[in-house]
Structure formats: structure tokens, C-alpha cells
Design a protein around this ligand. Structure first.
Ligand SMILES: Nc1ncnc2c1ncn2[C@@H]1O[C@H](COP(=O)(O)OP(=O)(O)OP(=O)(O)O)[C@@H](O)[C@H]1O
Ligand SMILES: [Mg+2]
Length: 587
């Protein structure tokens, strides 16, 4: 898992290697400084204690050690600052690459892949989870080598002064290590739960904001409010629990530190007075305090570092899951780029949305559509109409059998080439924020203003667009909120027409358009795109009545194929739908 994540370090590899080196340099400098200090104080002490008045301070020694101290201090400062800067750069760059890699992989997801994740969870993975891993990474490259070196070197230096003190520090380090580790061990599960609660919070906010109009029209603000309260309340509860433990940690660290200092003082003074065997003299006391602080901070850093890494493990797993997800639409060897014509063939097709599902959504589909034909598809809701047509531009692959476009298995095409030839106006379609013209250019980014107007005219959209303030430059707002349902459908049709596809599929795309406009759009299609295969899914018989062939779908199977007249004669389901609609009309 770690290796997979580290692949995203890329151009920040050098920085990531230099940082630990600089941190080690900083640690060594910090260890040497107290040692030099002792040397200078020792020199002064020698003179002070001497009874001989001829003995004077050896200034050369003092200046040499002083100069070395300045060099070490400046060295530590430079190594520390540059190291911190590079660590920030490396970790931010790593996070940036990680997000980019996740996003790039997300773009390769098929519809089936997308079905596996909730939007909220994907957002948390790309934002919060990456931030967690970024923090852990920064901590690791800064501390994971520096802290143990600081710890070990301080112990060794202490050994030179007095082995007993080194033993004392080591004992204190073990105690502190256990305290910090227990605290972190208890905190980590709370943090982990907290991140899950963040996921839930994201989900509530996202759902509420995207469906805010429904919430308002059903007067469910209170319900949404209570959902939000619960979500934020959960995050609050777990943060407080975690913080409560963390508040114990710092005072415990200080306590251990003070106890160690008292012991150093007691032991040290007794050694100086000769009560205990030992080689500590008063000049070394200050140095010992500094080493004890370094030993303990080293231990604390290692313990915290390990725990933060453990904490980010959950996040790392969730990130790797996205990085590892492979599209369910594997690339073919052939990568055919040319779609010959708009013919469509289904041979023995069966289809399930997930491998686990035991009931197939589509069964035994054999269907042959000639290029340029107009096909109507009708059937009750949930019968499998959308599923059937989604196999043509390869939004999903069939579980069994083959789907051919232009006489070639859709799996052999280059996916972009196939989808550029098959325009599908989805049942749940969306527009993007931006102007009308910008939205229509999704169909063809190089389309001229004239071509855009032509497409809009064919989709019976030009008239209403002209009336919008600013016409084609009218801003649609997020998701196209500024236009009516029927207007949105017509914009989506115009966008699809601009692709000049070989096959065009309307999935219930004129349901919000009045019958007259619906008929005009169909006649325009016949007139301006005679060679394009037109597949029209509709609930209204009137929308499919004049098609070359009408397909009746029932419970995932083809119940009948024929013209309007043939089906009226031979197909019971079709007859029933027709009668209910005609009667409804008469009434
Ligand atoms: N993404 C999906 N994941 C799992 N099952 C799905 C998915 N989409 C649709 N289904 C199921 O597949 C079946 C057929 O759905 P489909 O959308 O093809 O029906 P439809 O004929 O287009 O209905 P409608 O007229 O309401 O649009 C339904 O039982 C539905 O629950
Ligand atoms: Mg549908």
C-alpha cells in the first residue's frame, strides 16, 4: 500500500530525501552545542577554582569553542529552516500529485465503477483523506530519522559525562514512551471515528444542497436541520473525546520532565559532594538538563509520529482503493477509430448491473437496427429501456452476448471514437454553469455560431433562446437552473445534435416538451439527419408512432417488434398502452 502511495511522490523525491538528511544535520548540531557550552564553562571554572593568581582564562580556547557554537547554531538554523521548507514543499507536492492521480483515475471510471462509490465518500477521499496522508508524510520525513538520532546521540553524549545519568534518561524515556503511546492508542480510534463522521457530514451537506428545492417544496427544512445537527453533533462529540485525552498528554510529558530534572539535580549534587560515586560536576548540570529534554522530546516525537502514521492508515487505504479501481470497460487491442455506419445489432444479450445481482435486467435480446432507421422503444417503467440503450455507447458492457455498432463489437472500438459517434440524451441530463453557447459546444467544441444556431433550430430551442436576455450568451447557472424543464431538454437535444452522430438516442428526452414541438423535433431529425439512426424511448405512443420499427420491452425482454399498425394488431401490451392513452385523450 505504501509503495503504491509513494508512486505519487515523483518530482518531489529529491526533496523528500534531502529533508531527513538536513534534519539529521540539525539534530547533530543541537547535540554538539551543549557539549561546547560545557567546555567553555569548564575553562572558566578551572580559573575560578585555581588558587594560583597566575592562572588566567585561555581566551583562544574560549573563542574557539564560542565560534564553534555559533557555527553549530547557524548550521542548525539553516538546516532546520531549509528542511522545514523542503518538507512542506515535498508533502504538499505529494498531496497535489496524489489528488491528481486519484482524479485522473476517476475519469477512467465506467458507469459501473461510479455506482460503487457515493459522491460524498469520493469527495472526502480526495480532500480530507489526502490531507491526513500529507500530514503523516511530512511528519515522517521530518521526524522519523531525526527523532531517534536525537534520542540515541543524547544518550551517548550523556554516557561520556556519567553513565548513571544515561541510564536514568533511558528509564524516563521508556516511561514517557509508554504514557504517550497509551494516550495516542486511545486517541486514534476516536480520530478514526471522527473521520467517518466527516464522511456522513459531507453526505448530508451535499445531499441537502443538491436537493434544496425538493426540501423546500416538501417543507422538510426541519428534518434536514435535524440530520445536520446529528452529523455535526457526532463530529463534535468525537473531537471532544479525542481532545480530552490529548490534554492529559502534555502535562504528563511535563511531569516526567520535571521529575527527571529533580533526579538529575539530586543525583548530580550528591555526586559533586562525593556522597555518591560519580563524575558529575556542577558545570555539567546545565548540559544534562538539555540532554534530558532532547531525549524525552525525541521519544515523544517518535511515539506521536508512529501513531499519526497509524491514524492515516485508514485514509491511505481509502485512497489506494480509488487508485486501484480499474475500469470495468477494458481497452481492446484493436482500438478501432472509425464507426462505419449507424447500424446496431444485439446478439443474445443479457445484462446485470452488478456481478452479485442474480436477476438479469435484460434477457435474450436479439435486435437488428439498420443505419438511418427510426426506432421507437416503449415499455412500462423499470422494464429496462434505459439499460438497453446504455449498452450502445458502451456505458456498460453486456454480461452475455455482443452489441455491435456499424457491424463491429463495441468492445473493439476506441471508446472516445465510439461515444463521439453515438450521441445519447440521458434521461437524467444535466447542463453546466456557463452560457447557452458554452453548453451547446460540449457537442462540438469547434462549432461556429452558425452551426450552434442550426442545431438549436432543429431542436426547437432557437426561438426561446433568442428571447432570453443575452440570447446565446445567457448564463444558465449551476446545473441549468435558469431554464424550464422542457427548455432544458431541448438544449440537451441541441447539444447532442451538434455532435453530428451516426446514432442518436433520446431517452425520454421530450417528456417535458409539448406534443406539437415533440413532433416538429422528430420531423426536423428526419429532414436534417436522414442518415443518422434515431432511437427514441418514450412514454407517449405519439412520440414513437411514426417510427420505422417500435420495440416493446417488458421485464427486460423484447415483447414485440413492428410498426404501429402491426403492434396494434399483434401485441397486447402495446394495445393496452395505446388504448389507455387514446382513452385518456378522449376523456
Ligand atoms: N445503476 C443501476 N444499478 C442497479 N440497478 C439499476 C441501475 N439502474 C437501473 N437499475 C435497475 O434496472 C432495472 C431497469 O431500469 P431502467 O432504468 O433500464 O428502466 P427503464 O425502462 O428505463 O425505466 P423508466 O421508464 O422509469 O426510465 C430497474 O429494475 C432498475 O431498478
Ligand atoms: Mg429509463
Amino acid at each position: 500500500m505504501i509503495r503504491k502511495l509513494l508512486k505519487s511522490v515523483r518530482e518531489y523525491k529529491t526533496a523528500s530525501i534531502i529533508v531527513p538528511v538536513l534534519m539529521v544535520v540539525e539534530a547533530i548540531m543541537e547535540i554538539v552545542i551543549p557539549f561546547l557550552m560545557t567546555a567553555i564553562v569548564g575553562e572558566l571554572q578551572r580559573v575560578a577554582e585555581s588558587t594560583d593568581s597566575n592562572v588566567t582564562v585561555d581566551m583562544n580556547t574560549v573563542i574557539l569553542y564560542g565560534a564553534l557554537m555559533i557555527v553549530c547554531a547557524v548550521g542548525a538554523l539553516i538546516a532546520g529552516t531549509v528542511g522545514a521548507k523542503l518538507a512542506a514543499k515535498a508533502s504538499c507536492g505529494f498531496a497535489h500529485n496524489l489528488r491528481e492521480d486519484m482524479y485522473n483515475n476517476l475519469q477512467t471510471f465506467s458507469f459501473a465503477n461510479i455506482d460503487n462509490y457515493s459522491t460524498a465518500s469520493l469527495i472526502t477521499r480526495i480532500t480530507t483523506d489526502v490531507t491526513n496522508v500529507q500530514n503523516a508524510y511530512q511528519m515522517a520525513i521530518r521526524m522519523l530519522i531525526r527523532a531517534p538520532i536525537l534520542f540515541i546521540a543524547s544518550i551517548i553524549m550523556t554516557c561520556f559525562i556519567e553513565p548513571l545519568m544515561a541510564l536514568l534518561f533511558a528509564g524516563a524515556a521508556v516511561v514517557l514512551g509508554i504514557v504517550v503511546f497509551i494516550c495516542m492508542f486511545k486517541v486514534v480510534p476516536y480520530f478514526r471515528t471522527m473521520f467517518k463522521k466527516y464522511d456522513a457530514l459531507n453526505a448530508v451537506v451535499q445531499e441537502d444542497l443538491t436537493a434544496i428545492r425538493v426540501v423546500k417544496s416538501y417543507v422538510r427544512e426541519d428534518l434536514e436541520d435535524s440530520k445536520m445537527k446529528k452529523a455535526t453533533g457526532d463530529v463534535y462529540t468525537y473531537s471532544v473525546k479525542a481532545e480530552r485525552i490529548l490534554t492529559v498528554m502534555m502535562p504528563s510529558v511535563m511531569l516526567v520532565m520535571f521529575i527527571v530534572n529533580i533526579l538529575v539535580l539530586t543525583l548530580g549534587s550528591n555526586m559533586t559532594m562525593g556522597n555518591i560515586d560519580g563524575s558529575v560536576d556542577p558545570t555539567q548540570m546545565q548540559t544534562l538538563f538539555q540532554y534530558s529534554a532532547q531525549v524525552l522530546s525525541g521519544v515523544m516525537m517518535v511515539a506521536m509520529c508512529l501513531n499519526f502514521i497509524a491514524l492515516s492508515r485508514g485514509s491511505a487505504e481509502r485512497i489506494v482503493q480509488v487508485l486501484d479501481e480499474r475500469t470495468t470497460l477494458p481497452k481492446s487491442k484493436e482500438q478501432i477509430k472509425e464507426v462505419k455506419d449507424g447500424s446496431v445489432d444485439f446478439d443474445g444479450v443479457e445484462f446485470c448491473y452488478s456481478q452479485k445481482a442474480d436477476v438479469a435486467v435484460l434477457k435474450d435480446i436479439d435486435l437488428h437496427i439498420k443505419s438511418g432507421e427510426t426506432i421507437g422503444i416503449i415499455g412500462s417503467t423499470g422494464s429496462g429501456k434505459s439499460s438497453l440503450v446504455s449498452l450502445i455507447p458502451r456505458l456498460y458492457d453486456p454480461t452475455k452476448g455482443t452489441v455491435k455498432v456499424g457491424g463491429v463489437d463495441v468492445r473493439k472500438y476506441n471508446l472516445d471514437a465510439l461515444r463521439n459517434s453515438v450521441a445519447m440524451v440521458l434521461q437524467k441530463n444535466v447542463l453546466f454553469s456557463g452560457t447557452v453557447a458554452e453548453n451547446l459546444r460540449w457537442g462540438d467544441e469547434n462549432a461556429t455560431d452558425e452551426q450552434i444556431r442550426e442545431a438549436a433550430e432543429q431542436a426547437c430551442a432557437d426561438e426561446f433562446i433568442q428571447q432570453l436576455p443575452g440570447g446565446y450568451n445567457y448564463d444558465l447557472g449551476q446545473g441549468g437552473v435558469n431554464v424550464s424543464g422542457g427548455q432544458k431538454q431541448r438544449l440537451c437535444i441541441a447539444r447532442a445534435l451538434l455532435k453530428h452522430p451516426k446514432i442518436i438516442i433520446f431517452d425520454d428526452s421530450t417528456s417535458a416538451v409539448d406534443t406539437k414541438t415533440d413532433a416538429t423535433i422528430r420531423s426536423n431529425l428526419r429532414k436534417y439527419a436522414p442518415e443518422t439512426t434515431k432511437i427514441i424511448i418514450a412514454q407517449r405512443i405519439a412520440s414513437v408512432q411514426d417510427a420505422d420499427k417500435i420495440i416493446v420491452i417488458d421485464e427486460g425482454k423484447i415483447d414485440g417488434i413492428g410498426t404501429h399498425e402491426e403492434l396494434l394488431e399483434s401485441n397486447e401490451i402495446y394495445r393496452e398502452i395505446y388504448q389507455s392513452q387514446v382513452k385518456g385523450g378522449e376523456e
